[in-house]
Design a protein around this ligand. Structure first.
Ligand code: SAM
Length: 237
């Protein structure tokens, strides 16, 4: 098993939780499509917005595992879970990433919202290969990630303007932007079949400047976000 780092370390969990919301419901409703009773892994669960939604969809016969390397995000996620007692038996949160979740495999499905672009390039193939190993035969993977168009389409929002050339965004933000073809290759190498690969043209804004400065990663209010959606299915029988 190849070793890899956790890469990007997330900022404060509580501040992030307060300014973020369920960032992506389409990923869950239209692509992941959780089925009651399923066991599902949420990679980079943050403070658990999506994890709890998926937990409510798999129901009491299902199980959802959320992993995130950000300790304070997992702390907030656990506290939020306690506010919904009916979901407590369904959800397990763990600090870490895919490797830490592997002992709880196999999963019917894995999903990840706005996380893959944080993976170190050198680690990606090993991470995706571990995800593949975590899935049951015919298991599925649904992800959103940021693509390079983000760098090209810059947007001044309220007080925000680009202060650096677009070529510096990657080093300033820590995000690793790569085009759809790169990700398709990595996923295919791991054994996945790409069923759907869509690009979205979506603007993401922080609610106000304080929210942007205290909680969200710096890139969020500044740029028009294009995302690529991948949903893969392993058709081994
Ligand atoms: C933009 S947040 C998205 C959080 C959550 N998925 C949501 O939709 O609310 C990105 C998250 O990715 C996590 N992350 C960064 N590197 C990671 C890695 N190597 N493995 C798993 N999660 C990672 C960060 O800690 C952060 O919480």
């Amino acid at each position: 098993m190849e070793e890899y780092t956790h890469g990007h370390q997330a900022g404060d969990g509580q501040a992030y939780h307060e300014v973020s919301g369920l960032q992506e419901s389409r990923l869950i409703d239209e692509f992941l499509k959780p089925i009651p009773g399923e066991t599902i892994l949420d990679i980079g669960c943050g403070t658990g917005h999506a994890t709890l939604k998926v937990a409510s969809l798999v129901g009491e016969s299902g199980r959802v595992v959320g992993v995130d390397p950000g300790e304070s995000r997992i702390d907030v996620a656990r506290a939020e879970l306690l506010r919904q007692p009916s979901l407590v038996p369904i959800v397990t949160y763990m600090k870490g990433s895919v490797k830490e979740a592997m002992p709880l495999a196999p999963f019917d499905a894995v999903f990840s919202n706005d996380v893959f672009h944080w993976f170190e390039r050198a680690d990606r193939q090993a991470i995706v290969t571990d995800i593949y190993k975590c899935l049951k035969p015919a298991g599925r993977l649904a992800i959103y990630l940021l693509t390079p168009q983000t760098q090209a389409k810059c947007l001044g929002v309220d007080a925000f303007h680009l202060s650096k050339p677009t070529s510096d965004i990657e080093s300033a933000s820590g995000i690793k932007f790569d085009p759809p073809a790169v990700w398709s290759h990595i996923l295919t190498e791991a054994g996945f079949l790409v069923e759907v690969c869509e690009e979205k043209d979506e603007e993401v804004k922080a609610p106000n400047i304080e929210a942007a400065l205290t909680g969200l990663e710096i890139y969020v209010p500044k740029f028009k976000i294009h995302r690529q959606l991948l949903r893969d299915s392993d058709i081994e029988i």
